[in-house]
Design a protein around this ligand. Structure first.
Ligand SMILES: [Zn+2]
Length: 177
């Protein structure tokens, strides 16, 4: 998913793997600076239309080409996670959304991405039929979600959480800004 860096950020020297505390880390062989491989933060929304359906996008890029996922993407420096979720949702599906709650934070030891998922509802814009990174945009009722064709473990887990909440009539906690 993301390439391992080969050169030191501080001095450009070649990196080598060395045990530091509990695990092998990338250490500059010239200046000794450690390059930490941080998690990447992605944000997405489960956007629910007035009729109760959720909007999913069918990816036209790898990873997950041809599979369905909630609108979302990587959070940029200089924006809040929530603003990132709202921005990515607008860019991908054309709807301006307001966040209702924090659905969950999804991370796994084998992936580099931490996905923060909010529930949201439209407040403007117009639902697109496709966009730059998605070949198709569609709204699904909770019992229509294409479980066999969902792109990522985080999306499956978030949609599972959401459909359970819909079934139980629960609402997610309001997010802190
Ligand atoms: Zn260095």
């Amino acid at each position: 998913m993301s390439a391992t860096p080969r050169f030191c950020f501080a001095c450009g020297g070649p990196l080598e793997r060395r045990m530091i505390l509990d695990r092998p880390r990338l250490v500059c062989s010239r200046c000794g600076e450690v390059t930490y491989l941080d998690a990447k933060v992605a944000a997405s929304t489960v956007t629910r239309l007035d009729d109760g359906r959720v909007v999913l996008v069918r990816r036209s890029i790898e990873p997950g080409y041809g599979l369905w996922v909630m609108p979302g993407g990587f959070v940029e420096r200089g924006e809040t996670v929530m603003d990132g979720a709202v921005r990515e949702t607008y860019e991908e599906i054309g709807l301006e959304v307001a966040v209702d709650g924090l659905l969950g934070v999804y991370s796994y030891p084998e992936t580099v991405v931490v996905v923060v998922v909010y529930t949201a509802h439209p407040v403007g814009g117009r639902l697109l039929s496709a966009s730059a990174e998605c070949m198709e945009i569609r709204a699904f009722a909770p019992d229509e979600i294409p479980w066999g064709a969902i792109a990522f473990r985080s999306s499956r887990d978030a949609l599972t959480t959401w459909t359970r909440m819909m079934r139980d009539g629960a609402t997610p906690p309001a997010p802190a800004r």
